[in-house]
Design a protein around this ligand. Sequence first.
Ligand SMILES: *Cc1c(COP(=O)(O)O)cnc(C)c1O
Length: 230
Amino acid sequence: MDIRSNVEKIKEKIREAADKVGRNSEEIILLAASKTQSPEKIIQAYEAGIRYFGENRVQEGMKKIDLLKDKLPEAHWHLIGGLQTNKAKYAVRYFELIHSLDRKELADELNKRAKKIGKVQDVLIEVNIGEEESKYGVKPDQLEELFKYALEKENLNILGLMCIPPYFEDKEKSRPYFKRLREMKNELEERYKVKLPHLSMGMSHDFDVAIEEGATIVRIGTAIFGERNV
Ligand SMILES: *Cc1c(COP(=O)(O)O)cnc(C)c1O
């Protein structure tokens, strides 16, 4: 498993997808989904040019950040997994961007904890775009209410939306979900006169389609690191 050549291949694919729809690939963030990956592999990814890392679990992320922050001074750490309310206080201390705001209670707690440490916490609202029982995320029909609610919170800064569509072998089947998330973002921007710069969508098997539909952050695990350790 050669992380450097994987990263090069992914970057090339990002450029191709961006070119195809006339976007600038420089504006797309390649975030390495590093859950379960060892610190050594994370360092290899950093040496291959990765600057954004996404962890799913607060505890695992904290450990890695504490261990690696001096070695990887330019690394940005994001929380991409679902967040339990009782871990919010750690999440605001450790993560630059939280991709998984999905309920009012969590907005309250993140806001409170961020205020306590004098931080304005950047967040994305995660939308359960396929309305699947097993997934995190606010239901599409409740997005606007949560958005309005979080917009009022002084210590939260909403930067956009995130989704994990249902899994399909055929990545083209993900396209309508990505498109829908982009439309939701555009509707909110228009209605509330705000700028939402980010759409976090697309994983190893479908990130090119997500980019064609407007992704600004793609979250990629196995295509960089190989199969996850379980
Ligand atoms: C693991 C994970 C990814 C990356 O998945 P791959 O299919 O390995 O690229 C992206 N987003 C989230 C939220 C994840 O948990």
